[in-house]
Design a protein around this ligand. Structure first.
Ligand code: AMP
Ligand code: GLY
Length: 423
């Protein structure tokens, strides 16, 4: 089988690593890929948003199976481009990817189908939003409707902060057109957990759980980022919680999408808050999370191609999805200054330390080759993942391995997986 992976971050590196292990795969292409992905795949310098070029490339290389991994191309209908050309593809169509691309859509869906989530109101007018906020209790959560690299969410403790937030999102358009519509949501408290699920549109199979660390600084301070580190499984996601979520969240969501004529095939990522009143949905994503993928995929026992193909074919009920009984922790190495302003282009040393080391991974997020050397090329640079028999060992292993890689302006959080100690 010839496979094309669309994307070029740590998530795609983890996917490529798993695809490369499949005995069914002869050749892997990635667009655009990165310096880490290049170890397993031939990288083509094509934008993830350029459907025409991607399709022409897939036809030229006689690609049998395409994996569209990032949110932007899914929201733009890049999976549709391949599907409509008769190429088997993993990833939801545009009409289903809307579950991530519009928070107003997903909130309305949850309300209509009684899926537990925070109470909310939707606004397309800043004055009306402010009028509403003047009567609301604080803290309160403001969300830009559209995609904003995981950064379009503001938690406001006072009315003044909320008013400033409305200005940022709806008037100054800090997140661009994503802020044309804004959702105002009740503030929820509890542990957060991410559960990524495979679905073929009818059947849904949850993967092992994970937890992300979204803020840039230690102890959850600083700005929201794409994710600074993850661990898997979450000790707070008990069998009882999992059963509740299957009955009240996962299957109802897939059934709701089908009933709406928006069959969802791919990875449905459920961001959950385990509130005192039970698990509730914080957000949906229409893809693997990053860096969630970097701790979940290395723990998966199945051949990833078998599972992804079953999602595309509608035969997921025949797959026995299994994960190792171990744990994984990923610590993201970033460029100092991320997510605001940072320098890149620095040479990276020590990557060879990961060669042939079982249970240790360096998943490239933002890297590229320059004069034959790997250099930093992004805010999030490389995810260091380690396995272990339990979470504490995995965490110690991951932090040990962060020292194997060096580059100028290297930055990381030092408290990834701190919650493990509270379990
Ligand atoms: P989202 O992109 O919707 O997952 O939001 C980003 C982060 O904001 C989440 O991971 C939560 O930490 C926080 N958040 C979002 N919605 C709420 C809410 N209703 N109550 C409390 N925290 C929230
Ligand atoms: N790590 C969060 C996300 O991928 O959206």
């Amino acid at each position: 089988m010839v496979v094309l992976i669309v994307g070029g971050g740590g998530r795609e590196h983890a996917i490529t690593w798993a695809v490369a292990k499949s005995p069914r795969v002869e050749k892997i292409y990635a667009a655009p890929g990165n310096a880490g992905i290049a170890e397993y795949a031939e990288c083509a310098d094509i934008s993830v948003m350029d459907g025409e070029k991607l399709l022409a490339f897939a036809k030229e290389k006689e690609v049998d199976f395409v994996i569209v991994a990032p949110d932007d191309p899914l929201a733009a209908g890049i999976a549709d481009v391949f599907l409509d050309a008769g190429i088997k593809t993993f990833g939801p169509r545009k009409n289903a990817a809307i579950i991530e691309a519009s928070k107003a859509f997903s909130k309305d869906l949850m309300k209509k189908y009684n899926i537990p989530s925070a109470a909310y109101e939707t606004f397309d007018d800043a004055d009306k939003a402010i009028e509403y906020l003047e009567t609301a209790s604080m803290p309160i959560v403001l969300k830009a409707d559209g995609l904003a690299l995981g950064k379009g969410v503001l938690i406001c403790n006072t009315l003044e902060e909320a008013k400033a937030g409305v200005k940022e999102i709806m008037q100054d358009k800090k997140f661009g057109s994503a802020g044309n519509i804004m959702v105002v949501e009740e503030f929820m408290t509890g542990r957060e957990v991410s559960v990524l699920c495979y679905s073929d549109g009818k059947t849904i199979k949850p993967m092992t759980s994970a937890q992300d660390h979204k803020r840039a600084g230690d102890n959850d301070t600083g700005l929201n980022t794409g994710g600074m580190g993850t661990f898997s499984p979450s000790p707070f996601y008990t069998d009882e919680v999992a059963d509740f979520c299957m009955k009240n969240i996962y299957q109802p969501t897939i059934d709701a999408m089908k009933a709406e004529g928006r069959e969802f095939k791919g990875v449905l990522f459920c961001g959950l808050m385990l509130t005192p009143n039970g698990p509730k949905v914080l957000e949906y994503n229409a893809r693997f999370g990053d860096p969630e993928a970097q701790v979940v995929i290395p723990r998966m026992k199945n051949d990833i191609i078998d599972v992804m193909e079953a999602c595309a074919d509608g035969t997921l009920d025949q797959i026995d999805l299994q994960f190792e009984d171990n744990a994984a922790v990923c610590v993201m190495l970033a460029s100092d200054g991320y997510p605001v302003a940072y320098e890149k282009g620095f040479p990276m040393e020590g990557l060879e330390n990961f060669k042939d080391k079982d249970g240790y991974f360096a998943f490239h997020s933002g890297t590229k080759f320059k004069d034959g050397k790997v250099v930093t090329n992004g805010g999030r640079v490389i995810g260091i993942t380690a396995l272990g028999p339990d979470l504490r060992t995995a965490r110690a292993n991951a932090y040990k391995a962060t020292e194997w890689v060096s580059f100028e302006n290297k930055y990381m959080r030092h408290d990834i997986g701190k919650a493990i100690d509270e379990a």
